[in-house]
Design a protein around this ligand. Structure first.
Ligand SMILES: NC(=O)c1ccc[n+]([C@@H]2O[C@H](COP(=O)([O-])OP(=O)(O)OC[C@H]3O[C@@H](n4cnc5c(N)ncnc54)[C@H](OP(=O)(O)O)[C@@H]3O)[C@@H](O)[C@H]2O)c1
Length: 349
């Protein structure tokens, strides 16, 4: 057995070395550590999903008078979250790159007539602003924002705002969108029924670290590192913004969620895209992946636990870096600078 494990590890290291042989040693070792840590996170996530299968449940309320906004709801986990929000009778506004694509969803989902879409491309702060303006014009009060859209392991590219794409799509654009919609979320929140911001993070955050000296990977890029960093940023910002809102007495709560290891197109750029039988057998279905997110949207037992990181409908295990208040504050400050918002004015536009 030991011989087999050693042989597989040696071959895997050989392949990794060959593919990354051009990197300076410092980055080679750093990226190798991330690659190993990420495999560990994935394996731990799979085990957690199996062990806590029976906890992954949510009760959908009647929320017929309420307005939800979600990014990226046309496929994957987001599509099943949209189905759940519509089942709860919410009006659901989707931010999608192709608003025409929602016709099929409107026809196929219960309460599909309550689904609306506006264009949104998270690779551009300008379209985030336009999307928020459209939402605010039509719905001055909002009760729920689900920052769900995401990308994983894409090649290096800078957005039009000069951000690395994982950082832009997964963290910075959502951070900016929350800022723009906060006035409407504050209006929608009541003491016994606060509005909620739900950031879809990942267990991958556990391998992450915020590279304050190179947040947008201009010195060195590795897609695994970039994904883990962006998911860690979402979790940390959830805690910090929740704290700010609590301190100013607003009726808005923030949560971050790991949905599970879920069989979606997110794995298109990984070896799993060649192993569909593995993802089908071992991973959660998108429907089950949506459950913890819907739990964060609706469960009332977590109302006094703003800032909570949720996995399989209970508190998840988050890394040490994410709990450091100074790191959270610094990330908030840097994120404000990057999206062009004064710290004191965050959420107060
Ligand atoms: N699947 C998992 O195992 C897993 C595990 C942990 C966390 N997550 C997180 O769960 C969330 C949903 O992932 P998924 O698995 O459902 O992935 P998915 O099936 O690949 O869906 C990704 C969604 O994000 C949208 N999106 C991507 N880039 C966008 C952009 N520039 N502007 C607007 N929308 C954009 C896509 O919209 P288009 O249709 O326009 O491309 C799509 O709706 C992500 O945040 C992911 O990090 C997933």
């Amino acid at each position: 057995m030991l011989f087999i494990i050693t042989s597989v590890a040696t071959v895997a290291f050989g392949v990794y070395w060959y593919l990354n042989r051009h990197k300076p040693l410092k980055y080679f070792l750093r990226d190798l550590r991330y690659a190993i840590d990420m495999q560990g996170c994935g394996a731990a996530g799979l085990i957690d999903d199996w062990v806590n299968k029976s906890r992954n449940n949510v009760v959908l309320p009647d929320a017929s008078e309420k307005i939800a906004v979600i990014t990226g709801g046309a496929r994957g986990i987001g599509k099943e979250v949209v189905r759940g929000l519509l089942k709860a009778k919410m009006t659901v506004i989707m931010g999608v790159r192709d608003p025409q694509s929602i016709g099929k969803l409107q026809d196929s989902m219960e309460n599909g007539r309550k689904l609306v879409a506006f264009p949104l491309d998270l690779q551009s702060l300008k379209t985030v602003k336009e999307f928020a303006d459209n939402v605010l014009k039509a719905y001055p009060e909002v009760h729920l924002l689900v920052n769900n859209a995401g990308i994983m392991y894409v090649d290096y590219k800078e957005t039009e705002d000069s951000f690395e794409t994982h950082m832009a799509v997964n963290h910075l654009s959502h951070f900016y969108l929350a800022h723009l919609l906060l006035p409407a979320l504050k209006k929608g929140g009541k003491p016994d029924s606060p509005s909620r911001i739900v950031n879809v993070s990942s267990c991958a955050h556990y391998a992450g670290y915020i590279h304050f000296d190179d947040l947008n990977a201009k010195k060195h890029y590795d897609s695994v590192t970039a994904y883990a960093q962006s998911k860690l940023a979402q979790l940390m910002i959830t805690r910090h913004v929740n704290k700010l809102l609590e301190e100013s007495g607003e009726n808005v709560k923030c949560y971050s969620v790991h949905p599970g290891i879920v069989n979606t197109d997110l794995f298109d750029n990984t070896m799993f895209s060649k192993l569909p039988w593995v993802t089908k057998t071992l991973f959660k279905s998108p429907e089950k992946g949506a459950v913890s997110i819907l739990f964060a949207c609706f469960n009332n037992e977590i109302l006094n636990k703003g800032g909570l990181y949720i996995s399989n409908c209970q508190e998840g295990i988050s890394n040490r870096f994410s709990k450091n208040i100074e790191h959270q504050q610094r990330l908030f400050q840097v994120s404000c600078d990057l999206v062009g918002v004064e710290q004191e004015k965050y959420g107060k536009n």
